[in-house]
Design a protein around this ligand. Structure first.
Ligand code: SF4
Length: 293
């Protein structure tokens, strides 16, 4: 039998789900292109995971779309470049091996790649503000050639001309801080391109708003997803209580039971149904017939 006190408390709980939610345009497009590719070529591979969600990956694998680590593993099929993009060497290798390449690089990431390539051709050192080992940053560095560097506060560049671009999922405070530091070094020329994705910014703003008014903010998305981790960081930095989950089954019932106002915000590669599942659990953590726990 349900505990009456817990029931009363959960009924009073207010749950606010941040907008936008569900897959962003770039992830949705990459999935669509992979499915179209599968229908046309039969076997389709992706270089790395297409989305940071195990259930969606399982579903795609059942459809014949499998994640691999190296281009050589794609022989006999087509290779999908995911939304993060890939360095130009990947396309070269596909040509060498006769592998069909389907480019699902998000157009916003493609824009950063082309800015980086242009800066390099104009003699600028290219500074990428982002995470050193993230696939998107590696792809941007690939288009920057030997002119590319990932920003670090201690960096000193020989080039008098410096061009700055941002990983699409970084935050504006991070970009501003990097630019302020580079400005102090007095390069002859410093050009800055704000290449942060608007969708990412909208989710970051929503996370900050929820952090200001909620007792607890649930951040939903893959632990290896850069934009989801940034949302978690924003909520934490705002001093709010935060829990980061990939699925509803990871939610802490007891902690939820103590909260009246709970916010839910999701990364751009989190499917809408996972967000609904989490919001539903938050509303009714004591529901007895759950299939997800
Ligand atoms: S978050 Fe923005 S840049 Fe990244 S895939 Fe989605 S739409 Fe593209």
């Amino acid at each position: 039998m349900r505990d009456a006190g817990v029931k009363r408390q959960s009924e009073r709980r207010r749950v606010r789900v941040a907008r936008p939610t569900g897959f962003c345009f770039g992830v949705e497009r990459a999935i669509r292109l992979a499915r179209d590719g599968q229908a046309k070529h039969g076997r389709v591979f992706t270089l790395g995971e297409l989305v940071h969600n195990p259930s969606v990956l399982d579903e795609l694998e059942r459809e014949g779309i499998r994640a691999v680590k190296r281009v050589e593993q794609c022989r006999g099929g087509a290779l999908v470049i995911r939304a993060h993009g890939a360095p130009p060497e990947v396309a070269d290798r596909c040509r060498e091996l006769g592998i069909t390449m389907i480019d699902a690089t998000c157009p916003y990431v493609g824009k950063v790649q082309s800015v980086a390539r242009r800066l390099k051709s104009q003699g600028y050192a290219v500074v990428v503000v982002g995470e050193k080992n993230h696939p998107e940053v590696r792809s941007i560095l690939g288009f920057s050639g030997d002119a590319g560097r990932v920003y670090s506060p201690r960096m000193r560049l020989r080039s008098p001309k410096v061009g700055v671009v941002a990983q699409t999922t970084t935050s504006h405070p991070r970009l501003r801080e990097a630019v302020a530091n580079l400005n102090r070094l007095r390069y002859t020329e410093l050009r800055v391109f704000d290449t942060i994705c608007e969708e990412v910014t909208a989710r970051q703003r929503a996370a900050a708003r929820l952090a200001a008014v909620c007792d607890l903010v649930v951040v939903v998305g893959g632990r290896s997803s850069a934009n989801t981790s940034r949302l978690a960081e924003i909520v934490r930095d705002a001093g709010a209580e935060m829990v980061h989950v990939e699925r509803a089954s990871e939610l802490p019932r007891e902690r939820l039971a103590r909260c009246r106002r709970v916010g839910v915000v999701a990364g751009s590669s989190t499917p809408a149904w996972v967000v609904s599942e989490v919001a539903d659990f938050v509303r009714n953590p004591d529901k007895e017939d759950r299939t997800d726990v």
